[in-house]
Design a protein around this ligand. Structure first.
Ligand SMILES: *[C@@H]1O[C@H](CO)[C@@H](O)[C@H](O)[C@H]1NC(C)=O
Ligand SMILES: *[C@@H]1O[C@H](CO)[C@@H](O)[C@H](O)[C@H]1NC(C)=O
Ligand SMILES: *[C@@H]1O[C@H](CO)[C@@H](O)[C@H](O)[C@H]1NC(C)=O
Ligand SMILES: *[C@@H]1O[C@H](CO)[C@@H](O)[C@H](O)[C@H]1NC(C)=O
Ligand SMILES: *[C@@H]1O[C@H](CO)[C@@H](O)[C@H](O)[C@H]1NC(C)=O
Ligand SMILES: *[C@@H]1O[C@H](CO)[C@@H](O)[C@H](O)[C@H]1NC(C)=O
Ligand SMILES: *[C@@H]1O[C@H](CO)[C@@H](O)[C@H](O)[C@H]1NC(C)=O
Ligand SMILES: *[C@@H]1O[C@H](CO)[C@@H](O)[C@H](O)[C@H]1NC(C)=O
Ligand SMILES: *[C@@H]1O[C@H](CO)[C@@H](O)[C@H](O)[C@H]1NC(C)=O
Length: 492
């Protein structure tokens, strides 16, 4: 009798432990109603800094799973009844994580799993499943293409040269590919037909179960600016005049915030240009004829008549600039010759490649129906319409710096051919010019908005900076573009 009782006690002590599923470090396990173990508990390895993360791969109104974790060997099944060293993993938008000291290992238990499919990740390098606060960056769109960049994943690695061998980059830049790969993937979905997606948590396993819109036709690491390397995706096969939502997913488990954009209308004619080593910031549609035998322009097919004068200007600027004892003498406490060359290049590329645009979808008032009269400095951002919001207060409307161009009209850059279609030109942001003005020494004679190159072009003014004295960053929208697909002026 006594022996029987002891055996019985032993069996309850041993049986649940034997049935527990072990989760190892760097493991990602997926469970659904059929595969979740019974009892639904998992053993965790010992570690001085263990992160357990959870992501929902489906949602189910019938059950809301809860996850409890303990790092104490005295607790066999952590649960809602709590106790010492029992923690509930807070779940927000389908994600949850817990990081702590697990000297003796631990146990994770699931309650009310119901029909929900979920993933559990265990790692010593922070939570495997994460909602990143980064965003993809929109290059631009045509009627059926988009160019999108990941957040930066590696610094440029370029070191400022030093005197006496102060050598600036060549006009035609060369890049050394980054040592790491970004491990970002892109996911696109039509915004308005995403009813099935928007009802689900925006986790990587949910995105992976959906079909991404369009086709990625080119993926490469790109050093767009001095912020660092990004992955550049060229996506084709999109539908005209359609709202899309874009996510980037890092390492298959970490999802960025959504970025929204719209494709241009079916009558939009300008082809995309990108991937120019001498103008790494250019990734937008330009008024050129549609290229032969391909769908876009890059360094291999951009006409020399455009490239040669541009490279010559950068070379000439570099020669003039290095007549100064760069690296030995200072012309400013804040900026160097390298800053000047970089900002000059950015400005020159932005004004040399006129940009085609269309009114932003989430701001239909951005359409300028008639060519506005450019002032000495260009188009102003804010126009005070007698528009009233629902409280009756007067509102002002921000318009993109668009100027309609008739078919056959003379191109702003005389090295461009005349095209036989109408388009709207998105003027360069004045800030691209003032940045070069600030970065370059006075003796170069660089002035805004009176330009040495293409003096007929005017600017979009007042978007980022107000244009007033000390008005940096206090413009109408304080940015060149936003996450809703609005591109206010051409910031390159
Ligand atoms: C469990 O976590 C608590 C809180 O971080 C910590 O003080 C304790 O030492 C841990 N216990 C073990 C056995 O790791
Ligand atoms: C645990 O690891 C994460 C991610 O690697 C790190 O940010 C955190 O500082 C670490 N915590 C401790 C206590 O070492
Ligand atoms: C981990 O969870 C906490 C809430 O418990 C949350 O604030 C935090 O952002 C999460 N960390 C990551 C990296 O997702
Ligand atoms: C000067 O610097 C460039 C690039 O950094 C390098 O290629 C070149 O060898 C250097 N020349 C001398 C004389 O050190
Ligand atoms: C720029 O350099 C690349 C190689 O890095 C070369 O293929 C290309 O032809 C050059 N472009 C021009 C316009 O010189
Ligand atoms: C992607 O585009 C770049 C520039 O247009 C080109 O150099 C590269 O070969 C392309 N890569 C692939 C895989 O097509
Ligand atoms: C990239 O992510 C995949 C999962 O999508 C992972 O298996 C791989 O180890 C990661 N590679 C790097 C270099 O981080
Ligand atoms: C660059 O300088 C050379 C020599 O002075 C000159 O012939 C050429 O026109 C200049 N290029 C540009 C674009 O001004
Ligand atoms: C796209 O989104 C905008 C608002 O951002 C909306 O006004 C417009 O109707 C949407 N277009 C389509 C085709 O759904």
């Amino acid at each position: 009798m006594l022996l029987e009782a002891v055996l019985w006690l032993l069996s309850i002590a041993v049986a649940p432990a034997a049935a527990q599923t072990a989760l190892g470090i760097d493991s990602i396990s997926s469970f659904n109603a059929d595969t979740v173990p019974d009892p639904p508990t998992f053993t965790l390895p010992s570690s001085s800094n263990l992160s357990v993360s959870v992501a929902f791969c489906s949602s189910n109104s019938d059950s809301t799973p809860r996850f409890f974790v303990t790092n104490s060997s005295a607790v066999s099944t952590p649960s809602a009844s709590g106790g010492d060293n029992v923690y509930e993993i807070d779940l927000t938008d389908g994600y949850g994580n817990f990081t702590g000291l697990f000297e003796e290992g631990g146990v994770l238990a699931v309650e009310d799993a119901g029909e929900t499919t979920f993933e559990i990740g265990v790692s010593e390098n922070g939570p495997i499943h994460q909602s990143l606060d980064q965003l993809p960056l929109l290059g631009d769109t045509t009627s059926n293409q988009a160019i999108i960049f990941s957040p930066t994943f590696e610094l440029s690695g370029w070191a400022e040269p030093s005197y006496p061998n102060y050598t600036l980059p060549d006009a035609n830049l060369t890049f050394t590919e980054p040592s790491s790969s970004s491990n970002f993937t892109i996911f696109l979905v039509e915004t308005d037909t995403s009813g099935s997606l928007s009802s689900l948590p925006q986790t990587a396993c949910v995105l992976a179960s959906q079909t991404s819109a369009g086709t990625v036709t080119n993926e490469s690491a790109w050093l767009r600016d001095d912020l660092g390397w990004r992955t550049q995706w060229i996506i084709e096969g999109l539908t005209p005049s359609t709202n899309y939502t874009a996510y980037v997913v890092r390492a298959g488990t970490q999802v960025s915030q959504p970025m929204y954009f719209a494709t241009k209308s079916a009558t939009f004619n300008c082809p995309l240009v990108s991937s120019l080593p001498f103008c790494p910031n250019i990734a937008y549609p330009v008024p050129l004829p549609f290229p032969e035998s391909t769908t876009r322009y890059d360094a291999s097919n951009i006409p020399d008549s455009i490239t040669d004068p541009l490279l010559s200007s950068i070379t000439n600027l570099t020669v003039s600039l290095t007549s100064f004892a760069c690296g030995r003498d200072l012309y400013s406490p804040l900026v160097t010759c390298a800053d000047c060359q970089r900002e000059y290049r950015r400005w020159l590329c932005t004004v040399s490649f006129p940009r085609c645009g269309e009114a932003s979808p989430s701001n239909p008032d951005a359409v300028t129906s008639a060519a506005p009269n450019p002032t000495a400095t260009g188009i102003g951002a804010v126009t005070h319409h007698s528009k009233h919001n629902k409280d009756g207060a007067e509102t002002s409307t921000v318009r993109s710096a668009l100027v309609p161009q008739a078919s056959g009209s003379a191109p702003r850059n005389s090295n461009f051919p005349t095209v036989d279609y109408p388009y709207s030109m998105l003027l360069p942001c004045l800030e691209t010019c003032t940045a070069a003005d600030r970065a370059c020494p006075n003796f170069l004679g660089f002035k805004c908005p009176v330009m040495r190159f293409n003096a007929a072009a005017s600017y979009g003014v007042g978007y980022v900076d107000s244009g007033k004295e000390d008005g940096e960053g206090d413009g109408a929208v304080s940015s060149l573009q936003d996450r809703y697909g609005n591109i206010w002026c051409n910031g390159g």
